[in-house]
Design a protein around this ligand. Structure first.
Ligand SMILES: [Zn+2]
Length: 334
């Protein structure tokens, strides 16, 4: 399908941006720690210069990215710092007309830093309460390679805080050193407690990793792009209506794919797999959600009705229940 003509003034990029901004949409794959901009880090630690911060955030390849991510998380050394990060993030989401966000908190990393999860969670939930125009659900993420016991601690807190804003659990980290099947029982327990289940998988490892995520009950897959290599898996994702949370800039910046042109986004879409767009770590990937939608149009040829469908998907596949959301969210415009 061809893109709709924009207008005659040649200012098509601005118009596309305006169109994307106007869509009611949700951000479902977004790590709080990866959203912290250099200026915010400087507010948290005024002893750092912006140059120093930018140097530490500069990386190449997946290992370099993880190092930068860890550096940021170490700077977030108090509940107040996490609350400030939340405030800056929600201001940015408001600018983009993001109406609903499921924000992942790397709770497994908090344990690794020997910080208590609960005070941080209380602080970010309280801060999000200052933004009544954006609904926020929290996803508590455990680190695969830290093992089952650590994940059990994270998910127990998720269960306790379900009423106050935690909507789901997830696992991230090293797909090879922490296979999803280790966490099968924990996922079952979380599901029984009413929590949504997501799982990073098929980002750098192959489709078998996505199969495992599905076997333990994941209802959404973080990335999952290697599913493109496995027609049987594509069929299951379609049949069971399990969406992939695709993060285009992330995949190129980390080297999960070699270029936008090599990214299977369009092929996954054409294969009928449910997709939502996310930013993953917007500060580290120099992106925002508007930019990801713009990439879908400019690089992958998504027409406006397809962008509308992507935005509708982002609301449809959220974990928070419909009842608690205003109907206005679902009236797509323009
Ligand atoms: Zn992620």
């Amino acid at each position: 399908m061809q893109s709709e003509p924009l207008d005659g003034n040649g200012n098509s990029e601005t118009n596309l941006q305006d169109f994307v901004r106007s869509l009611n949409k949700a951000e479902l794959h977004l790590h709080l720690e990866g959203s912290v901009q250099p200026e915010t880090l400087r507010e948290i630690d005024p002893s750092l210069s912006l140059d120093e911060i930018r140097e530490n955030l500069h990386y190449s390849g997946f290992a370099g990215f993880l190092k930068a991510y860890v550096w940021v998380t170490k700077k977030l050394n108090s509940p107040e710092a996490y609350a400030l990060a939340t405030r800056r993030l929600l201001l940015d989401l408001r600018r983009q007309n993001v109406r609903y966000a499921e924000i992942t908190l790397s709770a497994g990393v908090l344990l690794w830093k020997q910080q208590k999860i609960e005070p941080v969670l209380d602080a970010v939930i309280a801060e999000a309460g200052n933004f009544p125009d954006i609904r926020v659900g929290w996803i508590l993420d455990a680190i695969r390679q830290f093992g089952v016991e650590e994940a059990a601690r994270v998910f127990a807190i998720a269960r306790e805080c379900r009423e106050s804003g935690v909507v789901a659990i997830g696992i991230g980290g090293d797909e090879e050193r922490g296979p999803a099947e280790w966490f099968a029982q924990l996922y079952r327990n979380a599901h029984e407690a009413g929590l949504g289940l997501t799982c990073h998988a098929g980002e750098v490892c192959g489709s078998e990793s996505v199969w495992q995520a599905i076997r333990i009950g994941a209802r959404r897959i973080g990335h999952g792009i290697r599913a493109i290599d496995d027609p049987e898996l594509l069929e299951i994702l379609r049949e069971r209506d399990i969406p992939l949370e695709v993060c285009l800039s992330s995949n190129v910046r980390t080297g999960a794919v070699s270029s936008f042109e090599a990214h299977p986004f369009r092929r996954l879409w054409d294969a009928g797999v449910p997709l939502v767009l996310g930013t993953d770590d917007p500060a580290l990937f120099y992106t925002d959600l508007l930019h990801e939608y713009t990439l879908a149009a400019d690089v992958f040829g998504f027409a406006r009705n397809e962008l509308r469908k992507l935005a509708a998907n982002s609301l449809r596949y959220r974990f928070q229940s419909t009842a608690s959301l205003a109907n206005a969210l679902f009236e797509q415009q323009p």
